[in-house]
Design a protein around this ligand. Structure first.
Ligand code: PEP
Ligand code: MN
Length: 276
């Protein structure tokens, strides 16, 4: 399949030359020339108190959306699998305490009703980018979807997964570059920043970058976030934890709230230069 196929599809620029702007809760707009959106939060939702406290810090330090995994697709079945439905309730509580919209990952259509009711942006994780049946279900609802790039997905495969959602009637899709698997082992994944201008050329959909999973290393987050904005990303998604050393998942790539604040300031400096 050539990129011309993508270009002529619903996700492509041929029949939709203008940038799509996805609205979240009628207040946050992402895409086009809108301001950069910063999403922050823990890898996994752990408990209600910490999540609400963190959400308030994230808002105070310039984040505009709270992330948190309640259903966790882990490599090992013995690793923490998430709080499930309870996690969605904790997110809802943090939403009302902080005023931030919430984003969380769905792993199967069984939870679709709960997600549609409680969550503002439904995340499809890298492991489910190829789950076409799930994508078809998400095409039938009226809710923004954050579609992560698969671990070994080409840009075309990623965009054709987005096509499944648009084809179903839901055009509120935000793409998320989160690194791909290469021979390099220093980083958890190789963050493919070239995917940003490639996707922007082929597609009208907004693109967010996740340097937390993209690098797996906290010391690389600031520079990669700045580079992503300079390359044209519409937003950045960052893992944040008040005590990364004791996080139940992905502590090694999680920023403390204080570090999050500094990274957000650096992101905003580059965004200013970019006129956003
Ligand atoms: C996540 O965002 O917590 C996550 C599991 O990411 P990915 O699907 O990109 O690995
Ligand atoms: Mn994570």
């Amino acid at each position: 399949m050539g990129s011309e196929m993508v270009y002529c599809s619903l996700v492509g620029r041929l029949y939709h030359p203008y940038d799509t702007i996805v609205e979240i809760n009628n207040k946050l707009r992402i895409g086009g020339q809108e301001k950069i959106v910063v999403i922050g939060g823990p890898c996994s939702v752990e408990n209600q108190e910490d999540l609400s406290e963190l959400a308030i810090d994230i808002k105070k330090y310039g984040g505009q959306c709270l992330r948190g995994g309640a259903y966790k697709p882990r490599t090992s079945p013995y690793s923490f699998q998430g709080l499930g439905k309870l996690g969605l309730d904790y997110l809802t509580c943090a939403k009302y305490k902080s005023g931030l919209p919430i984003i969380s990952e769905i792993v199967s259509e069984k939870e679709l009703y709960d997600f549609a009711e409680k969550i503002d942006v439904i995340q499809v994780g890298a492991r489910n980018m190829y789950n076409y049946e799930l994508l078809k279900f998400l095409g039938k609802i009226d809710k923004p979807i954050l579609l992560k790039r698969g671990l070994s997905a080409t840009v075309e495969e990623w965009l054709m997964s987005a096509e499944y959602i648009l084809k179903g009637g839901n055009d509120k899709v935000i793409l998320c570059e989160r690194g791909i698997r290469t021979f390099e082992t220093y980083t958890r994944n190789t963050l493919d920043l070239s995917a940003i201008p490639i996707v922007k050329n082929l597609s009208h959909l907004p693109v967010v970058v996740d340097p937390s999973h993209g690098t797996g290393r906290v010391e690389l987050i600031e520079s990669m976030s700045m580079a992503a904005i300079a390359a044209g990303a519409d937003g950045i998604m960052l893992e944040v934890h008040k005590d990364p050393n004791n996080a139940v998942s992905d502590g090694e790539q999680s920023l403390t709230p204080k570090r999050f604040k500094e990274v957000v300031n650096s992101i905003r400096r580059i965004a200013n230069v970019m006129g956003r």
